[in-house]
Design a protein around this ligand. Sequence first.
Ligand code: FMN
Length: 293
Amino acid sequence: MALNGLASIAERCYKITQSYLEIKEPPTAIIAETQDAIKLTKKYLLQEIFDRWSPLGREISLSYNGGKDCQVLLLIYLACLHEYCSQNMPGQPLPVKRLNAVFIDQAETFTTLEQFVEETKERYSLSLYESERGTNKNISMAQAFDKYLTDNPETKAIVVGIRHTDPFAQHLKPIQRTDDGWPDFLRLQPILHWKLAQVWSFLLYSGEPICGIYSVGFTSLGDISHTLPNSHLRISNSPSLRFQWEIEHSFSGDQTVHCSALCGDDVHLQNHEYLPGWYLVDDTLERCGRNKR
Ligand code: FMN
């Protein structure tokens, strides 16, 4: 039986995840810690989230903006979708073709990031709702989600790739309602416990394409006019690569980091001063490229 696009990428993500979990005698502490982080995220998804909201219906949506954190979460979500289907409907074709996803960003983003989102929404079979960006800054993120929920009233819960080390995220829980002032829905946050190094370790091992903006010294992708390369990645600071093993043994087998091409005005970001984003592993320095407004 030929697999539909979603079934086939879900199976690939399952193989990537399994293969990472099966790295024997992990060569670095980061890999061992990332294996534990993946196991906990899988537990949240398979035992707590998919039990309450079927991943095959329209109740769950994924917040996806092409950044590294939500990509890691998407890979593990797809792996769990494959596992869920193998357990609950073995041998049957997947009844959905695309996953509901939403990209709300009031900021003006990098053309390269927008292009990457376009490419990856096909790669990962997402049915992606995109808010109007750049031009409509008078609408808050909460209001934009309100509109999304009006247009998609079946949505009960949205999966978010936020981590405890993100601003104001220290006390968040894996499953919780939105705050006052936000439309009422459940936030599903299964990678809260992930550290920056763990995100890079798994993403680089996966061999999946990643957004090209990371290749030129960025570590956190915000509003284009307030995001700069991270000064801690200046070559003169000699940051070292912690993920040699992951790149050499990557699932894709070609020992390469696949970054999307810089496009539009972003071509000018190419430089010889900064190392790529994955040379930074200190969570406290991750947002050093974000300027205060
Ligand atoms: N921020 C809040 O203060 N309260 C919320 O209830 C809340 N719910 C959110 C639900 C979703 C689905 C998303 C994507 C974000 C929500 N946020 C909420 C905002 C995030 O906590 C965060 O500030 C925002 O995604 C910006 O992250 P960034 O700085 O990494 O781009």
